[in-house]
Design a protein. Sequence first.
Lengths: 158, 499
Amino acid sequence: MTSNRAVDIVVSLALLAFAALLGYDNWRTGISWDATGPQPGYFPFYLALILAGACVYGTVKEILARKEPSETFVTREQFARVLQVFLPTLAFCLLTQWLGLYVASFLLVAGFMAWVGRIAWWKSLVTGLVFAVLMFVTFEIAFDVIMPKGPVEALFGH
Amino acid sequence: MEAFSLLLYGFGVLLTWKTLALMMVGLVLGIFVGVLPGLGGPNGVAILLPLTFTMDPTSAIVMLSCIYWGALFGGAITSILFNIPGEAWSVATTFDGYPMAQQGRAAEALTAAFTSSFIGSLVAVLLITFLAPGIASFALRFGPPEFFAVYLLTFCSFVGLGREEKHKTIISMTLGLLLAGVGMDTVSGQLRMVFGWSELYRGINFLVAVIGLFGISEILLTMEERLALRGHAAAISLRVVLKVWKEMPRYWMTLLRSSAIGCWLGITPGGAIAASFMGYNLAKRFSDDKESFGKGRIEGVFAPETAAHASGTAALLPMLALGIPGSGTAAILLGGLMVWGLNPGPLLFVEHKNFVWGLIASMYLGNLVGLVLVLTTVPVFAAVLRVPFAAIAPMIVVSCAIGAYAIQNAMFDIWLMLLFGVVGYVFKKIGIPLAPFTLALVLGSRAEDAFRLSMIGAGGDLRVFWSNGLVGTITTLALVLLFWPLISAGWDRLRPKLT
């Protein structure tokens, strides 16, 4: 059980680090003025400074307010449900790289419906298949939008 | 009268079978997107944008804007029948809409919502028709300093007028501006903030970020809350429609007030959310019977819906005339313009008359057709909500991935989308607003270019932003808005001493 405040502080600190990184990179690129005007790093460098400032302000504010109660960021039960959708999405992205988007989407839809939704296997498989084919026809054939494809599509000559 | 003839010309562009068909497709897709939990206007437009890449710009914008109108209509269906606002701006509609559905008056509430949406949009479109060309031709005289001042005004008004904590708005905005700068610098051609990572050379695409921030994160949030959908069935009969329409003129003042609020908040980046609440609250304040609000009063549906739609539509005015989007969805449409090779801004009215007037004409026609469509097909779309979320969620994820990949044919973008999904989820939970981020990401490089061009022109003298009356006024106004919370707090403290 983490509180909203704890997450708030962690995010602020992470963004502060990010601002420092970007600020450093822009400083290296050049933040001063030359004959043509400001150097490429000038504008983003000052933005990084403002971001850092806002993060410091946020962190200090939350630390000072730590005695006041804060909402729970996420309960264990909620987090489990978020993972139920996040992990399959992650797997889907990985599979897209190897199997192509359409096969991966068939597996995602069918698998998600059957496991997470506890819907009958045959319904899940049919829905997944219909959806994947429909997407293929819409994008690949009707609208000429090319998606990553894998071995299965190659079998059909695509 | 010039606007009128140009509008007729726009209808001429529009009235081909192909465009009309695309319009219908857009509206149906849009209503669908608006009805589904975990999707909505900006997400729907962002995800479906890739469909339009191979179209000509006019067909593309007509279809996309119709998706948007459809989503606006669709949002009302879920608010009234299921008490689930499909969009933040539909929240106020649930106050009286859902009680009406509980009392068995769902059809009335829906008719009221759709009709008032139509009226709100209509007022805003009229405003666009007659105001936008003037603003655009005025803006043709703008140079880089003026443009930078206008961008500054947009950013500052977000900070000063937004209801979120100020530092969080600033975090969101600077982060967006920074990420907009990743990749090749447009002025010097130098690489920035890429850390030797070749995938970052082409920059962080705005649409990829939007799909992740809104689409994926919304799925995570919906799943977390575990929506149990329990809704009321509804079919709208002609009798009910006529009854509501007969009642409507009595509320002309509410409609007018809400339209005005909506238009104003749409043009300034206050947004549809603020507009819907303000419309509702003002209707309540001016009503003789305040007690009946929240218990199923039809005026409580008219007021927020009119304001939300007027605002959602009016947000397109600054986008068309100045190239500055007034809302998240307008920002995405702006991203679309760039993909189709159009340069948003005042020149659009001169160089791409077809496009601009076709779009404006499609706003009239799209809203009218949309109204008829939703009135007749509500039961079909309400049935969509009975499809289990476990089937819809993975399909939305796939659509998001397709959208993200199609933009630049890069697998990296799918990963980026996932990353932004997680970021969006965390940001929403701790109250960092996403709209300023979106706006900053889409306007970032244009704002920076304007700044640097002004600086080059002025030899590095910051006084260029006060060099004439126009730019000086805008810059000063921007600073006033930025510090508005401090100014108004100071005034409140000072006033008792003065009197």
